[in-house]
Design a protein around this ligand. Structure first.
Ligand code: TYD
Length: 211
């Protein structure tokens, strides 16, 4: 089974990935958690390029780099794990590309669908948890965790995070549109709920899937 987590930076995905992994292990499942971009040596190099580069990257090149990292991870790690019956939990997958490169950067959704299909070898998540938060709340959360002043030019943000609030508004719109069109696969959860309540909702949704 492939479970993905989605949401803008600061939505609290990684906390939920850890909680879900622990829960599934407690009920006897073998679990592999991964985050994108990255997860193989080549994909980690691509991650470095995408997030730490001080140079501008044109949107199509950015799209293809995320796609290249995904193809590496899917073919080398995710597909073999799924074949062995391991539950794979992914912090971000192709919905991130649709939201960030499609809605955020403005690339055509047809191009996005085609590139996503190629990079995933047609693999689709069984279930996706989208943690919904406004960019303003996400930013406040992120900066309060680090105890640093709230500013987009503080030098504390990576290349993607420095894209500004308008960009993140478009990315969120993208996620909401994805959720609207695929409600059976994508569960929307209010990211401002407590981590424990969010985890309960996730476990209940997974129980429904089993029954
Ligand atoms: P990361 O540090 O993993 O952020 P987060 O903890 O928010 O997941 O950085 C990943 C960044 O890359 C994040 O800003 C989202 C962006 N991204 C895309 O723009 N497109 C993609 O396809 C993926 C997977 C990530």
């Amino acid at each position: 089974m492939l479970i993905t987590f989605e949401g803008i930076d600061g939505a609290g995905k990684s906390t939920q990935v850890v909680k879900l992994k622990r829960h599934l292990q407690e009920i006897g499942r073998e679990v592999l958690t991964l985050r994108e971009p990255g997860g193989t040596e080549v994909a980690e190099n691509i991650r470095e390029l995408l997030l730490q580069s001080k140079h501008e990257i044109v949107p199509v090149a950015e799209l293809l780099l995320f796609a290249a990292s995904r193809a590496e991870l899917v073919q080398k790690v995710i597909l073999p794990a799924l074949e062995q019956g391991i539950v794979v939990i992914l912090d971000r997958f192709s919905d991130s590309t649709t939201a960030y490169q499609g809605y955020g950067r403005g690339l055509s959704l047809e191009l996005l669908d085609e590139v996503n299909r190629i990079a995933t070898f047609g693999l689709r998540p069984d279930l996706t948890f989208y943690l919904d938060i406004t960019p303003e709340d996400a930013l406040i959360r992120k900066f309060s965790e680090k105890s640093i002043p709230l500013a987009f030019d503080s030098g504390e943000l990576d290349r993607m995070e420095s894209s500004g609030l308008d960009f993140y508004d478009r990315v969120r719109d993208g996620y909401l549109a994805l959720h609207d069109s695929q409600k059976e696969r994508i569960m929307l959860i209010d990211a401002l709920l407590s981590p424990a309540s969010i985890h309960d909702l996730i476990v209940r949704r997974l129980d429904l899937l089993k029954s």
